[in-house]
Design a protein around this ligand. Structure first.
Ligand code: KIV
Length: 421
């Protein structure tokens, strides 16, 4: 019946709708932890680890998994192939199967390998790229603009002929490319068959206002762009990757390339957790956009990537850092004990984080009596008045010497206090 099929459709993502017309507010999350993320110095993962991360990304609900760069080594080709065969054919609850993507430079050898690696997936994609900035053309590729445009066009057409229908094209270093060259090049690759146009700020050089304007200008000036999805890929060299990505989404990009924990070349990429949570919590300020991510899997994904890559995140890392939901100063602790919204804009539950103590309070030298009393009652000691004053005095002495006062320290302190002769 119509009602039953409407109900079924509501479980599906916008790109599964029968008409293939995606909801204009739906933003696809393209995760490149296994490709750009793995390019972080020292972050190499084994094939079984890559497969485990891919399974987790699928659970998390990412739309596209960039599983690797198959031409870079036979091992990487095999890792991408096994991800395509397993993760790319195993629907999650609700029917979601991610697109499995492989990266390739604009040459037939790379493209053949990428296509060979991903073609076993239910939804295979190949992502081809070639640099378009003058600085890259002159010093790296040693090619003219005409040559680059020809190669881009021909390689996208070649990929089409192989049978690949989902083709992503990236003009590398787009953030520093001349628009007079960029727009016509993008038009040509759309005509040749590209379905996603990814706009990389390869060296993390643009400011959010500039990057947002670049996306808006591409949208306004590229013929045929309405037949493709615009994507962002922002590096973090100036610490602006998340801000630039959000500016790109606001300006019309509907695919955002990110990595778990923000890992990637040099200073990394836009971080999945920051971009997704900003869209979730500031939806109204960002044009009503939304993603298909199940944010409850964020904490586990972050831990898994830390474990497998060995790249430890800083304690104050937004969303997933050890301190992201911890409160130490007395004023903040007092506020938190009265009402969590005073100092927490989101709940740790929302990223699947269960904290060991309800309030997230960490005792240290800045903590006040209110926080100490609450911690004591959490540990089963209900004291007040003069007794609390004495314990608080002792606590301050301990806290002066230690960075953090643990539950064990409190237990020791209170037993000394209570059982003094
Ligand atoms: O940073 C970059 O330009 C890239 C492209 C391959 C998208 O990683």
């Amino acid at each position: 019946s119509t009602a039953a099929s409407a109900a079924r459709c509501s479980l599906l993502r916008p790109d599964y709708t029968p008409s293939h017309i995606p909801d204009p507010n739906y933003v696809r999350i393209f995760d490149t932890t296994l490709r750009d993320g793995e390019q972080s110095p020292g972050a190499t993962m084994t094939s079984p680890e890559k497969l485990a991360v891919a399974r987790q990304l699928s659970r998390l609900g990412v739309d596209v998994i960039e599983a690797g760069f198959p031409a870079s080594s036979p091992d990487d080709l095999e890792a991408v192939r096994s991800i395509a065969l397993e993760v790319g054919n195993t629907p999650e609850e609700g029917g979601h199967v991610p697109v499995i993507c492989g990266l390739a430079r604009c040459n037939a050898r790379d493209i053949d390998r990428a296509w060979e690696a991903v073609r076993g997936a239910r939804k295979p994609r190949v992502h081809v790229f070639i640099a378009t900035s003058d600085i890259h053309l002159e010093h790296k590729l040693k090619m003219s603009r005409d040559e680059v445009a020809r190669i881009a066009r021909e390689m996208v057409a070649y990929l089409r002929k192989l049978g690949c229908q989902d083709i992503e094209f990236s003009p590398e270093d787009a953030g520093r490319s001349d628009r007079g060259f960029l727009y016509p090049l993008l038009e040509e690759v759309i005509l040749a068959g590209a379905t996603t146009l990814n706009i990389p700020d390869t060296v993390g050089y643009t400011l959010p206002s500039e990057f947002g304007q670049l996306i808006a200008d591409i949208k306004a000036n590229t013929r045929g762009i309405e037949n493709a999805i615009i994507s962002t890929h922002c590096q973090n060299d100036l610490g602006l990757a998340t801000a630039n990505t959000l500016a790109g989404a606001y300006a019309g990009a509907r695919q955002l390339e990110v990595t778990v924990n923000g890992i990637g070349e040099r200073a990394g990429n836009a971080s999945l957790e920051e971009v997704v949570m900003a869209i979730k919590y500031r939806k109204d300020q960002i044009g009503g956009l939304y993603t298909g991510i199940n944010t409850k899997h964020i904490s586990m994904s972050s831990k898994m990537v830390t474990e497998y890559t060995g790249l430890v995140i800083q304690p104050h890392k937004a969303i997933v850092g050890a301190n992201a939901f911890a409160h130490e100063s007395g004023i903040h602790q007092d506020g938190m004990l009265k009402f969590k919204g005073t100092y927490e804009i989101m709940s740790p539950d929302d990223i699947g984080l269960s904290r060991s103590n309800e309030s997230g309070i960490v005792l240290g030298k800045l903590s006040g009596r209110h926080a100490l009393r609450s911690k004591l009652s959490e540990l089963g000691y209900y004291i007040d008045g003069k007794e609390l004053d004495d314990v608080f005095k002792r606590f301050k002495e301990v806290a002066e010497k230690k960075k953090r006062v643990s539950d064990d320290d409190i237990e020791a302190l209170i037993s000394n206090e209570l059982f003094q002769p």
